[in-house]
Design a protein around this ligand. Structure first.
Ligand code: HEM
Length: 403
């Protein structure tokens, strides 16, 4: 086995262009499938660069998702999170607990369930576009559309009052920010968890017809009581993952479409192609690339490299999504390429639970936005927009548009 190459750069590497991965990803991928890298915290980890190997990493049960394992690669400045009362959410769990916990809720996210939500999502999108058209120019598409649409949808689905949106949006944004202090992060987590703790307690007294209320009734029927702390942790994960991610894809996707008018024409001319376009935009931006890290629980060989038990691995999903071996002209935005094998939603047992919801929201937003405001344009140059380089999830803080 060849000596692994060690890289000088400190991970996470940042995007220097909003439409492309950090330039070193391409060099790393060319140089080999697996590299030894250093993280901001000083910790060492392996970086897996090719799509096929990222998929293997994410499906091999010998790799763990437990963020509290001392070998798990931590990409924030503040270091490893501490185990707290409400931390056993799906994303941190391993088999067999993970599969059992996921089966409890997977029925809430089926394609059929999402289809039933379609008219309501369409209504929410239309109302927000009505308000944009009635309001001043330029408008900020993030606060006027990209953030409220997925926030409202996940609130209604979970049974969280949307009136509290500012409270949870501010705290979510703080805890996703990789640059904040440990104190600020802990405070944001605790405030959000206390809020959801109270909400779940209220629903236990009076179960409402929403995801949390239905989980309470289901658990009482099947197990006799409610796993309160686990439900609070689940609500926390869903609320966070349910709005920040999709919001960023809406704003980035809009910029990419406006910057590539020939591509935008494709979906304007045939909305039947929007779903494929959404897959390509997901691949093109891979906004949650840091979610696909793991730690080895046994010695495992991946891409010809031996990873030892206890060592951390970064599954570089953004690199995998630009792997020429999997996507021809991978750096090009090509809405018609059929990009379904991307790993922007992860892969394997932890693959995004909300992907059907995210796809539907993105499809409805892009179709409706460009149909109702066909002359939409950026009100600032794309390279001067405030991109979220400091967040665990890439996106935009605001997006001035006019028409
Ligand atoms: C997991 C990305 C939207 C809920 C994941 C993972 C990724 C991801 C990469 C895999 C993490 C891993 O491998 O450990 C995205 C992107 C989204 C999106 C790019 C939008 C464009 C959503 C939405 C929801 C959601 C709308 C909720 C309604 C979840 C949950 C998990 C997850 C619960 C954990 C699943 C598990 O560990 O079994 N997401 N997500 N996501 N996502 Fe999403």
């Amino acid at each position: 086995m060849a000596e692994p190459a060690t890289r000088d750069e400190t991970f996470p590497l940042l995007r220097t262009c909003p439409f492309a991965p950090p330039p070193a990803y391409g060099e790393l991928r060319e140089a080999g499938p697996v590299h030894r890298v250093t993280l901001q915290s000083g910790q060492e980890a392996w970086a897996v660069t090719r799509l096929e190997d990222v998929r293997q990493l994410l499906t091999d049960p010998r790799f763990s998702s437990d963020r509290f394992n001392p070998g798990f690669p931590i990409l924030t400045k503040t270091g490893r999170p501490q185990r707290r009362r409400f931390t056993a959410s799906l994303i941190n769990m391993d088999p067999p607990e993970h599969g059992a916990a996921r089966r409890e809720v997977v029925g809430e996210f089926t394609v059929k369930r999402m289809k039933a939500l379609q008219p309501r999502i369409q209504q929410i999108v239309d109302e927000h576009i009505d308000a944009i058209l009635a309001g001043p120019k330029p408008a900020d598409l993030v606060s006027a559309l990209a953030l409220p649409v997925p926030s409202l949808v996940i609130c209604e689905q979970l049974g969280v009052p949307y009136a509290d949106h500012e409270f949870f949006q501010v705290r979510s944004s703080t805890l996703l920010n990789r640059e904040v202090t440990q104190e600020a992060r802990v405070q944001a987590v605790e405030e959000l968890q206390n809020y959801l703790d109270e909400l779940v307690t209220a629903k236990e007294a009076d179960p409402t017809d929403d995801l949390l209320g239905r989980q309470i009734l289901k658990q009482r029927e099947e197990h006799g009581d409610v796993a309160h702390d686990e439900l609070v942790s689940l609500a926390f994960l869903l609320l966070l993952a349910g709005h920040e991610t999709t919001a960023n894809m809406i704003s980035l996707g809009t910029v990419a479409l406006l910057e590539n008018p020939d591509q935008l024409e494709i979906i304007k001319n045939d909305p039947g192609k929007t779903l494929d376009a959404v897959e390509e935009l997901l691949r093109y931006f891979t906004i949650a690339e840091f979610a696909t890290s793991r730690v080895a629980t046994e010695d495992v060989e991946i891409g010809g490299q031996l990873i030892r038990e206890g060592e951390g691995v970064l599954g570089l999903s953004y690199s995998g999504n630009r792997d020429e071996a999997a996507f021809e002209n991978a750096d090009q935005l090509d809405l018609e390429r059929g990009a379904r094998h991307h790993v922007a939603f992860g892969f394997g047992p932890h693959q995004c639970l909300g992907q059907n919801l995210a796809r539907m929201e993105l499809q409805i937003v892009f179709d409706t936005l460009f149909r109702r405001i066909p002359e939409l344009k950026l009100a600032a140059p794309a390279d001067q927009l405030p991109y979220k380089h400091d967040s665990s999830i890439f996106g935009l803080y605001c997006l001035p548009v006019t028409w």
